[in-house]
Design a protein around this ligand. Sequence first.
Ligand SMILES: *Cc1c(COP(=O)(O)O)cnc(C)c1O
Length: 377
Amino acid sequence: MNKNFIPVSEPYLRDLEREFLIDAFDSGWISAAGPYNKKLEDEFSKFCGVHYGSTVSNGTVAIHLAVRAMDLKKGDEVIVPNFNGIYGPYALLYEGIIPVPVEAESDTWNIDPELIEEKITNKTKAIMVTHLYGHPCDMDRIQALADKYNLLIIEDAAEAHGAEYKSRKAGSLGHISTFSMYANKIMTSGEGGLITTNNEKYYEKIEYLKNQCFSLKGPRNFIHEDLGYNYRYTNLQAAIAYAQFLQLDDLNKKRIEVNNKYRKALAEIDGITFQVNKEYAKNVFWMSSILIEKDKTGFSRNDLEEHLLKNNIQTRRLFVGLHRQPVIKKYGINIIEKFHISDHLTDNGLYLPTSPQLKDCEIDRIANQIKILYSKY
Ligand SMILES: *Cc1c(COP(=O)(O)O)cnc(C)c1O
């Protein structure tokens, strides 16, 4: 790869990850039944402030297990953020559950709590929230609705390891919470997922389902009473993730610094706005995302994307609203409502390179290229 190329995201793996990985390898424990899995589950759940943690193969199946553990059924409805990755809705569609989208807030880009209540019907069983790009949702307002209508909360914290809502950690804000450890996520092992919960029953069901529904009692007799999965996570992966977890505060500090530097460097450009950091939240800025207001900058998001790539700087567009996903229609869900805020984010947003190890000179180079484009218009 061209050494001038700045990728949008790179994992930051150092000596500790290598040390633990080699230790796991040398120990012979390469399956899920190894000590790093347990260490990660115990310590990560404690870090989040809950009793139980369960590692799984990735963040998508983590949500699927949450849905199964809650016993949500075909025809049930679950409120979801319209502006989000497709992964949570996938987990619902696996079970024939209907995702009911709610528009985003224009500043946090998260699900708008104000608009949830009108979507609740007698089929609604749960609210799914996603802390987008590291900014926690306004959970008190969502919790109040869940209490009022007796709904469960699935917290998709895939982008928010270590983020806080009113000093409470992401991973403790739902009945079941899920994390991803994909290569571009805040802590990673290439692929991977984590589930946290305070509920013993959910925890036991998740362990049972992810482990092919082997009978938990007595000897392994190969009799299966329920439909299970192999959603296990290997000890080799857990070794890397455990090392990342021990350095999570540092990794987050570096991402927040990257965001602050971008803000400073781009402050003079009228028409570029960043995701906010509300007073109730500690946003860990998984990605430094920006919106381009073309009537002010003169250039569009697509112009900027193209210009940066020409100069060896990779960016990525923001998510596409559920109402624009062909798969939703294919599965018989007809969304007729308009989602102007989601559309605005999808069509005008992108995220800039945001690896923890991004150097000051690289941030300067990126900011300068944006200024060069700005000066042309
Ligand atoms: C990455 C991500 C997931 C899915 O995680 P995978 O590990 O890629 O399966 C789920 N939800 C959100 C919000 C994500 O960003």
